[in-house]
Write a protein that binds this ligand. Structure first.
Ligand SMILES: [Zn+2]
Length: 231
């Protein structure tokens, strides 16, 4: 929720759209579906992937209080390997202790019974296994966040905004702006994939994989047309 608020504010501040929470969430969910996380760990595993995909953007929160801190910290404090490891451990330990994803899910299911079709899936719900699963999925989902941000940058008079993945040990920065901020293509592809999955649930992993392939293809194509990639 904090991240969503943060990203909403980010949009207002720059007058354009970033890779925002919805897109990061959809990437995390598609990757989870493509790897069959829903089959092995149930909906909790997919929910963790969707949520964890947004965690690096916690470093955008300072803009609520101080724009200068935001400009120096965003894409740095939360977008690095050290932060990803620490937040994944915190996520796993709190999930093990409180099963907060399960609590939220049960509340949603109680209010939206029509959204559940009664099918039972294999689920690991608690204990050390759940903690390990949570940490692993979070690590993977957060790491994917970094290249997603790296390939979306600049445009509309805005300068590129690099990621510093090894901060605070190194200030080495990387950005590979295949598409500009505000490009609607990834959103359309990701949402199209979710609609296809909702319609043909027995082919969830296939459609998720196709969606990710289409997304990568689109990024490469746009990179060529933007002159970032050479043919
Ligand atoms: Zn980010």
């Amino acid at each position: 929720m904090f991240v969503y608020v943060s990203c909403t504010l980010l949009n207002y501040s720059c007058g354009t759209n970033f890779v925002t929470s919805p897109e990061h969430t959809l990437v995390g969910i598609h990757v989870a579906f493509a790897f069959g996380v829903h089959r092995y760990f149930g909906w909790r595993g997919v929910a963790i992937a969707g949520l964890a995909s947004n965690i690096p953007d916690w470093d955008g929160l300072p803009m609520i209080f101080d724009m200068q801190r935001y400009e120096s910290g965003h894409r740095v404090w939360g977008h690095n390997v050290m932060s990803i490891v620490l937040t994944s451990l915190v996520l796993g330990m709190t999930q093990r202790r409180f099963d907060w994803i399960g609590r939220v899910g049960r509340r949603v299911a109680a209010r939206l019974p029509e959204a559940t079709d009664g099918r039972r899936e294999t689920e690991v719900t608690h204990g050390n296994i759940m903690m390990s699963v949570c940490v692993g999925i979070s690590l993977f989902a957060q790491i994917i966040h970094l290249p997603c941000d790296m390939v979306v940058s600049g445009g509309k008079g805005l300068s590129d905004w690099a990621i510093q993945p090894w901060w605070p040990f190194s200030n080495t920065a990387a950005v590979y702006p295949l598409i500009p901020w505000g490009d609607i293509g990834p959103t359309v592809i990701l949402m199209g994939g979710i609609i296809a999955i909702a319609k043909w649930r027995s082919h969830t992993s296939t459609f998720a994989s196709l969606t990710l392939v289409a997304l990568v293809g689109y990024l490469l194509l746009r990179g060529m047309t933007r002159g970032v990639l050479f043919v």
